[in-house]
Every structure is written in C-alpha cells, then in structure tokens.
Write a protein that binds this ligand. Structure first.
Ligand SMILES: Nc1ncnc2c1ncn2[C@@H]1O[C@H](COP(=O)(O)OP(=O)(O)O)[C@@H](O)[C@H]1O
Ligand SMILES: [Mg+2]
Length: 336
C-alpha cells in the first residue's frame, strides 16, 4: 500500500539528513530561546498543561526542526490534539491507528508545533538504511561519526514519528527495543558500543494503517513495540460512507473557493470512495487534501467530471477497470 500513497501538500516535510552532516551539530551547546508558539493556533488547543514549550530547551539547530504554520486539525470534539499531548506527557509515547489520509501526520506536526518540540520523521515503509537511522563514520578512519536520525532524537530529544511503524524491518525494530522504555537507551554497536541514554524530552509517536486482510501487505505491529504503547488513538476520515461532515464541506468550499453545492458533491464522492477503500474494493481513499485539489480545478472552470479525471480518478489507480469504478461512483453520487 505504501507505494501508492502520495504525499499531500501540507504539512509534509521530511527531516533532512543534511542538517545532521555537520560537526558543530554535536558540539552545539547554544540554547536558543524558543520562539513564541503561534498564539492564534494555541488558543484553539489546550495542550499547555501537558506539554509546555517554555519547559523545553533544545539547541538552535534542533529548534529548526520545530514545525511552523501547521494548519488547524479539525475534529468533532474528540480533542485528539490534547489526547496525544496527554499521552506524551504521561507515558512518553502514543500510537495512532487509521487509514492513510486521515490526518495522522498532520496532527503530529501540530502537536510538535504546539509543544515546541523538534520533529524527527521516519517513514518505515520506505527502505531507509540502518546508516541513516543510527549513524555512520564518514571518510577514512574513526574521526568523523555522524549520528543517524534515531540516534539524534535519542541524544537531543523531540518527537520521533515512526510512520507505518508496522512496516518496519525486523533488524531495525530489534535495535529500537531498548530505547522504547521511558528510561531507555540505545547502544551504538557501530561506534564501540557507545551507550546513548534517551533524552528526558524524547517522545515517540507511531502510526499505522489498521491491519486487515483487505489491505495487502500490512502486517501486525511487532510485539515489543505494541507492549510499550500505553495509548492508542483511532483516526478516521471526516466524512466516510453515509456520514458527511459539515466541516469538511466548508473546508473544501473555503480552501478551493468553489460553491457550496460543488463542495458537497465532492465530499459525498470522497466519502463513498473512502468507504470502498476501507472495505477493500478500491486501492486508495482520498484525503481532504486530494479533494481540495479536485475542487481547485473546478474553481478554475473545469467541469466536475473532467476535473476528476485529472485528479481523483488517476490518483486512485492506474488500472483502467478501477478507474472505471471511480467514474461510476462519481456519476452516481454527484448526479453529474
Ligand atoms: N481532520 C483534519 N483536519 C484538517 N486537515 C486534515 C484532516 N484530516 C486530514 N487532513 C488533511 O488531509 C491530508 C492528508 O493528511 P495526512 O496527515 O497526510 O494523513 P495520514 O498521515 O493519516 O496519511 C493533509 O493535507 C491533511 O492536512
Ligand atoms: Mg502520514
């Protein structure tokens, strides 16, 4: 599944390794005062009693990894943001379960921004090397060691976000085990068995698709990681099947500047596609970001169905028969 999931606009941003390729990085003891968290944003979420940015301090280079300008996360009073913050404060970790496109990555960025926490992001479905994750020597000899992503997180703190954690390769999962305890540490076997204690403010969030026979290639989360997750939060699409969320209609209407009527059609089609994705009929369910893209073309004057061809139809699959299924759903649900 992971291969077919495109990355959607905001707030996707992969932590760049190049930030770490720098000797100053490990020597930097400069503590920067955290920039004020976007106050407009923090008004809407009550996370301060769990994660207070003024209580954390990170070196200036690490502070660059604190997300900025994350759009609000919309829910119906479930208070997901607060529940994630609470889980991190109490247990240092949290697991998010839900199909792709339900805003898991988005909400992690938001929690990191609100908490003033640097974010280290790894997609476990991609074949990231052990070197990139744990570290390596560069050049000749044993002079220049560069920490990998997980090592940097463990040393300097922040949120480590393991996307599609159930797809993690076994050799990496095994090395993670000793760090998963709240007072854990990691052992750099590559570097004369250096022991790196888990930073006091090193939080872990994992996410995964619900495991079901329908989703080809998904597998259960490894037992060691499962045992160490105290809180599990379930995510779903705002609108799915017969359940249509007024807020999602408004979001598309506002973001793409289309009529309320068009937005409603688009959301209803999206809800049906998602429902078929969840039951295994379709290989992909559109996120609200995908539906906004469709609506943008409509705003530009393209008729709904033509605009769908270039966006939602092609996005769902390359398979001609699957594309025909999507077209039928669009015709039936939108009535156009
Ligand atoms: N409840 C929500 N509120 C605001 N935006 C959302 C919500 N759910 C999904 N999105 C948007 O949908 C897109 C996909 O979300 P993403 O976080 O990548 O999903 P996931 O990580 O679960 O696959 C993003 O553009 C995100 O901003
Ligand atoms: Mg994601």
């Amino acid at each position: 599944m992971s291969g077919m999931r495109p990355e959607h606009g905001q707030p996707m941003k992969e932590v760049s390794n190049s930030k770490l390729n720098n000797d100053n990085f490990t020597l930097n003891i400069h503590v920067s005062k955290l920039k004020k968290v976007n106050s407009e944003l923090s008004k809407n979420y009550d996370v301060k009693k769990y994660l207070d940015p003024s209580k954390f301090s990170f070196s200036s280079q690490i502070s660059e990894l604190i997300p900025k300008d994350t759009p609000p996360y919309l829910d119906n009073g479930e208070r997901y943001v607060e529940r994630i913050a609470r889980s991190l404060a109490f247990f240092k970790q949290c697991a998010l379960i839900g199909p792709s496109g339900t805003g898991k990555t988005h909400i992690v960025y938001l929690v990191a921004e609100l908490g003033g926490l640097p974010l280290w992001e790894i997609n476990c479905g991609l074949q990231t090397s052990v070197f990139d994750l744990f570290g390596r020597y560069v050049g000749l000899g044993k002079e220049n060691w560069i920490d990998g992503l997980i090592t940097s997180w463990c040393r300097y703190g922040g949120i480590l976000y393991l996307d599609e954690a159930n797809m993690m390769k076994q050799d990496i999962a095994t090395r993670l085990n000793p760090i998963l305890d709240q007072r854990g540490h990691m052992v750099l076997t590559e570097k004369d068995n250096e022991i790196v204690p888990r930073h006091n403010d090193a939080f872990l969030i994992i996410s995964m698709n619900p495991v079901s026979s329908e989703f080809a290639g998904t597998k259960p989360l490894n037992a060691a990681m499962r045992r160490r997750m105290s809180v599990w939060l379930n995510f779903d699409y705002m609108s799915v099947g017969q359940k249509i969320d007024e807020k999602e209609i408004e979001l598309v209407e506002k973001k793409a500047e289309v009529s309320r009527e068009d937005s409603e059609k688009i959301i209803k089609v999206g809800a049906e596609l998602r429902s078929q994705y969840k039951s295994g009929e379709l290989p992909y369910g559109p996120s609200v970001g995908d539906l906004i893209n469709w609506a943008r073309l409509v705003h530009d004057g393209t008729p709904l169905r033509d605009a769908a061809e270039e966006t939602i139809v092609a996005l769902t699959s390359d398979d001609i028969e699957v594309q025909e299924m999507v077209r039928r759903i669009i015709r039936k649900v939108s009535g156009s």
